[in-house]
Write a protein that binds this ligand. Structure first.
Ligand code: ADP
Ligand code: ZN
Length: 735
């Protein structure tokens, strides 16, 4: 039931067209339509100064420019034009997020070589031969090939990644150390069969699936919040909605928060539909990206599983968007274009008449409130599938545990872990801190080692033997002497990180197989996936993980979860601190006892009486949400009010503050809508990569059009020198 599209506008050769390019210009550029004319939406190549750039025919030209100087579109690229609904979506998303259109177009064309004709191309893999002589450049090429374990690259990708010229690669081909092959590009993805039999659904699941199928049949936009405890079968249910979409000949998109999730997920999709879907994520090679981008547009991909940016793919007929783990913070992009993929999914679906399913065990307060208000439908799965029951949750009161300094596994937790080991079951220790220790302190002068470029502490990574800044990625060797006082041998790690916890666990359980899951310990997403699969098969007794493990993996033998520091998220001024802690703890606890053995979650805490810890323990979710909602309502903060962050940055702190102060003084457009501006204040991270950051916070009543007011507020500003301004509508983190 494909929605009929009106024929797009056509421009005859020589007619003036307005072209949106990916270049940072604040207007469309006029060109003459090329020989043969072109449709609105066509992807084109246009001359810009001495260069050729990618663009899209956005509509008729403005004609306010000397016509004799207007140049012609060079050529129309192969493939379907950008659909009207996509142009509408980009426009509305730009208005909502206050993002310039060229940046939106860049998001929508994040695949290389869109202009190349489809044909055969050469790809490169590791060969069997040895180079006669090893140079640095050659070694880098071989290392890249090895790091990606047999993946094929194009010549360009390989030489770019290795930082060598293509002749280095060609030289290695001659010697047999690299193999060159012909490969067709851009094949359609294998066909998925919605009618392979799925699992027999439980009554609850079947009802939910039927509801979603019926909704799909309606063919209109609508959003459903699918809430269900971890393991209740949300995935099984929404795969039935995907099946219905496929039957109707419409495309489906499943957004997942974390690439690590896809290993298990793809296998499930394959089992359900008989083939693998297209997989869009940051680890995809350029070539894969290009193929997906093209095939999605031509209908050669029925289902895409991907990270947030998959939302900007040029689907031909998108009928369904699933946002799994919809509360996950990684859906919010906080650089370049500031957008929340969950919200943009709803926007896109509303424009193209698609259904949205937001799935979560612990929905965001935003979605919870939208369901309460009747804007979203609500489906709930209340019990776990089969024998699996929700884990029992208990607090370990750390005030009454005796343990040596510099250790973090309490005797109570240790005993519980030993128990599991004797039964051949797995335990998971969760700690939300990467590296060895969060602080490196000089015991002589009290100084903590900070980053030279940011206002952040350096975190020791013993695995890498370096200190690392988690803001800017800067690393340096761990110094022998204190950089502040010069005293030698007094620098000491303070506090636990996952690597330090691993050391402690190894000492406590010398015979146990210990697996560490931290995103920075894996060279590639593939290596991480492989590790997760091994663990699922039972290849570890103790698993240590950062927040990576909180997300939907299935470890059937896991029956105990220990949360090392449950209080970590409760501190801080973030308005979502309580919500985050609640979600994270519930998610982590949801890892335990997913198969047939009951699970136990133990929360180490110094404040067992804290309301959030209490709500987690008692499992009184609705109680938690209602209390949290009431508090936010009283404060007029999201979702019961609007907020936006303005981040100003520059190399010198003075001018950044001057700009902030000037903005705060000239706030008429904001006052007109009843909004207030707070600040300027140093951003919580006041310096990143040598740039000083200052923040203004705008708070407006719920119904106010905050974007419009901010646009009018910042329009007259002329940013001098190296000053920069970005707007973050609906800020998630208060960085
Ligand atoms: P959720 O997405 O809510 O966490 P899943 O859909 O991943 O839950 O289901 C949890 C586990 O239970 C999975 O291994 C899934 O295959 C299994 N499962 C759920 N429902 C059924 C069913 N009706 N029949 C067989 N297995 C099921
Ligand atoms: Zn730094």
């Amino acid at each position: 039931m494909q929605t009929p599209t009106p024929e797009p506008e056509f421009f005859e050769q020589g007619e003036l067209v307005g072209v949106l390019t990916t270049q940072p210009l604040d207007r469309l550029l006029d060109y003459k339509a090329p020989e043969g004319g072109c449709f609105a939406g066509a992807f084109v190549e246009v001359p810009l100064g001495p260069r050729k750039v990618l663009g899209v025919i956005w509509g008729a030209g403005r004609g306010d420019f000397d016509r004799s100087k207007i140049r012609s579109v060079i050529r129309v690229l192969e493939g379907p034009p950008m659909r009207e609904e996509m142009r509408l979506f980009l426009g509305k998303a730009a208005d909502y997020t206050l993002t310039p259109m060229p940046a939106m177009l860049r998001l929508a064309t994040r695949a290389p070589g869109l202009g190349d004709p489809p044909s055969m191309r050469k790809i490169y893999r590791p060969g069997d031969g040895e180079p006669d002589r090893m140079t640095d450049a050659r070694r880098r090429v071989l290392e890249v090939l090895q790091a990606y374990g047999g993946l094929a690259f194009t010549l360009r990708e390989l030489s770019d990644m290795a930082g060598v010229t293509s002749s280095v690669v060609k030289g290695l081909v001659k010697q047999g150390a690299v193999r060159e092959e012909d490969s067709p590009r851009d094949l359609p993805f294998p066909t998925l069969d919605p009618d392979l039999s799925g699992k027999d659904l439980t009554e609850d699941q079947a009802l939910a699936a039927q509801f979603l199928r019926d909704a799909m049949q309606g063919g209109n936009y609508g959003t459903t919040l699918l809430k269900g405890v971890t393991g209740s079968g949300k995935t099984e249910v929404y795969l039935e909605a995907v099946a219905e979409s496929l039957r109707m000949g419409r495309q489906a998109l499943v957004l997942l928060p974390e690439i690590a999730l896809t290993a298990e997920f793809l296998t499930r999709v394959e089992a359900r539909f008989g083939a693998r879907p297209a997989e869009w994520h940051s680890g995809a090679t350029m070539t894969e990206r290009r193929r997906i981008w093209r095939m999605v547009g031509q209908g050669g991909a029925q289902l895409v599983v991907g990270a947030r940016s998959a939302l900007f793919l040029p689907f031909r007929d998108l009928g369904l968007i699933i946002v799994d783990e919809e509360h996950d913070t990684s859906y919010k992009q906080e650089e370049g274009v500031f957008y929340n993929a969950r919200d943009m999914a709803v926007l896109r679906a509303a424009i193209c008449g698609a259904r949205v399913v937001l799935a979560s065990a612990t929905p965001s307060l935003e979605s919870w409130a939208n369901a309460e208000a009747g804007k979203y439908g609500r489906l709930e799965l209340t019990s776990r599938f089969g024998a699996a029951v929700l884990p029992e949750m208990r607090a370990i009161d750390m005030r009454s545990e005796t343990m040596p300094a510099g250790t973090w596994i309490s005797p109570t937790l240790k005993q519980a872990m030993l128990d599991r080991m004797t039964k051949g079951e797995q335990s998971l220790l969760f700690i939300n801190r990467r590296g060895f220790a969060p602080i490196t302190l000089c015991r002589a002068c009290g100084q903590q080692i900070g980053c030279d470029h940011c206002d952040a502490r350096m975190v020791e990574h013993r695995f890498l033997k370096r200190l690392m800044c988690h803001q800017c990625g800067e690393t340096k060797p761990v110094p022998e002497t204190c950089p502040a006082c010069g005293v030698e041998g007094k620098l000491a790690p303070v506090g636990p990180g996952i690597e330090r916890l691993a050391e402690e666990a190894t000492a406590l359980f010398p015979d146990a197989r210990i697996a560490v899951l931290s995103s920075d310990m894996f060279g590639s997403a593939r290596a991480l996936k492989a590790k997760i699969e091994e663990i699922a098969e039972g290849d570890a007794d103790v698993i240590l993980g950062t927040q990576l493990v909180a997300k939907g993996h299935n470890f059937p033998k896991l029956t105990l979860v220990g949360v090392i520091d449950s209080d970590l998220g409760l501190q801080g001024s973030d308005l979502r601190a309580a919500e985050r802690t609640f979600q994270l703890m519930r998610q982590v606890a949801g890892r335990a006892g997913r198969a047939d053995r009951p699970g136990l979650a133990l929360l180490q805490t110094f404040q067992p009486e804290h309301p959030v810890i209490q709500a987690i323990l008692s499992g009184d979710e609705d109680g938690f949400w209602r209390a949290e909602a009431a508090e936010r309502q009283a404060a007029g903060v999201p979702p019961y009010g609007r907020m936006a962050g303005i981040i100003l940055s520059g190399p010198e702190v003075g001018p950044v503050f001057d700009l902030g102060n000037a903005m705060a003084r000239n706030d008429t457009p904001l006052r007109q809508i009843g909004a207030q501006v707070f600040g300027p204040a140093p951003a919580p991270i006041a310096r990143i990569r040598g740039r000083h950051r200052v923040r203004l916070l705008v708070k407006a009543p719920k119904g106010a059009s905050i974007q419009d007011a901010i646009a009018r507020w910042i329009a007259p500003l002329r940013l001098k020198g190296d000053l920069r301004l970005s707007v973050d509508i609906d800020p998630q983190s208060f960085y």
